[in-house]
Write a protein that binds this ligand. Structure first.
Ligand code: PEP
Length: 258
């Protein structure tokens, strides 16, 4: 972490908790976050739980994000949700380009860039995900993949460089596998992302938070978050229970005080 950037810990609940469990978990996280004044905390429930979780989080320091958005403002796009609808449900953040969307739903680099534009247009802060697959890493293409994915969205980020946003480096092989990147591998990728950002805008590079995602737990959070270019975490599995999420929040808070 770097003292110029407040750590951001975001929980991606994926396709879990559509009803009362979502409210209970959100309430628990809000309570646990009350004293964590140095850390920004965001939860990203499924669409159906957004409005109820927004009500639960009202007046707390926990932000609300969605997991996806459609680029168009309205129209004949059955099953999709527009950015203004997310704002109406109480969101201030949205994840775009998650590897599960790229892998299973065909989200291309260009589509991710369009979603990012739509987020900014509605004053939603995007969390733009990038990261290589295991095969791409083994072929030595990690940095090339990150560069391709980031370059596709970079003009949009630069055009909105004063607005809230984050980038998440999520190596696909580390997501949900229990096999997190080492701190050294994460720092290498994050420093590379920072360099790419700086080549487009020094201001943007200095202020954008680059989160690490992929099997973050209470046991490895401190080491990962201590890397100079790691500004927080996007957490999947370990964000689904308070017992697992709270130690990650605690690690971020402790590092800001050390
Ligand atoms: C994710 O899906 O964004 C993620 C990081 O998942 P996990 O923490 O379970 O690896």
């Amino acid at each position: 972490m770097n003292s110029m950037r407040r750590p951001l810990i975001a929980g991606n609940w994926k396709m879990n908790f559509g009803g009362p469990e979502a409210i209970t978990l959100a309430g628990g996280i809000a309570k646990a976050s009350k004293e964590l004044s140095a850390v920004d905390v965001v939860v990203c429930p499924p669409f159906t739980a957004l409005a109820a979780v927004a009500a639960e989080l009202d007046g707390t320091r926990v932000g609300l994000g969605a997991q996806n958005v459609h680029p168009k403002a309205s129209g004949a796009f059955t099953g999709e949700v527009a950015s203004a609808m997310l704002v109406a449900a109480g969101c201030t953040w949205v994840i775009v380009g998650h590897s599960e969307r790229r892998q299973f739903f065909g989200d291309t680099d260009a589509f991710v860039a369009d979603k990012t534009s739509a987020a900014f247009a509605a004053h939603l802060a995007p969390i733009v995900c990038v990261g290589e697959t295991e095969a791409e890493r083994e072929a030595g293409n990690t940095l090339a993949i990150i560069e391709r994915q980031l370059n596709a969205v970079l003009p949009v980020l630069v055009a909105h460089k004063g607005e809230a946003m984050a980038i998440a480096y999520e190596p696909v092989w580390a997501i949900g596998t229990g096999k997190a990147a080492t701190a050294a591998d994460a720092e290498e990728a994050h420093a590379f992302i920072r360099k790419l950002l700086a080549s487009a805008s020094e201001d943007l590079a200095a202020r954008v938070r680059v989160l690490y995602g992929g099997s973050v737990t209470g046991a490895n959070a401190r080491e990962l978050l201590a890397c100079p270019n790691v500004d927080g975490a996007l957490v999947g599995g370990a964000s689904l229970t308070l017992e697992k999420f709270e130690p990650i929040l605690g690690a971020a808070q402790a590092l800001t005080l050390s």
